[in-house]
Design a protein. Sequence first.
Length: 259
Amino acid sequence: MASTPEPVAENPALLPDAANAALPGHLLRTLEWRTGMEYISARLAMRRIAGWPPGDGHPVLVLPGFLAGPGSTELLRNVLRQLDYRAYDWGLGTNMGYRASMKETLPARLHHIRERTDGRRVSLIGWSAGGIYARELARSLPDDVRSVITLGSPFRGNHQATTAWRIWRLVNRGADVTESVSERALNRRAQPLSVPTTCIYSKSDGIVAWQCCTSLPAPETENVEVRSSHLGYGHNVQTLSVIADRLAQPEGRWRPFRP
């Protein structure tokens, strides 16, 4: 049985050292194969998942990780719909990394969803790099965002502490890309948000250094540990249970996660 997810202590002195975080080791990278087992476990648990507390029908926008697209988040979106949320894909196909056009396309997608749902504020779930985009979208448009949940997203510390860094740099070039990983941009990215934020991470993540997926303290920000592969966050039952718990909170009445 999976262990119960736990929130990280929010004393700044106890936060993990993200600046000096190193790449996950070879063993953890090898263990990423277990994502298949996580997917099967989630499929087998759908009846149990259907019994989780239902949502209030508010919209949820799901952003995939680097080199992933709508197919990777399909099970997660199906779970959200089963729990009575209105789940939406980000609408940009495969995530190939940073694109300057995102400054226009993501806000437009967010506003489109609000229009389709009678102006309701939207919760954002971002997987890996998708979580970085979700955070920055919420930072720029906090009045449109109800909450943010990140899944193994390296938004703090050593941005090269991921096995995907070399590939990301290979397919992302130009002045805009260089600026997106500048010290100024990285410092901004690490700052907590003004909306309720849950940062989910796993110490057995074989792609991204888990330390980089944790946030600095803020009044409505929390770090929650699960046992998941990086490639399995979106269909890991333990992760899904945390997501369901966080989304089910009444708007404006955020409380820290308690197992």
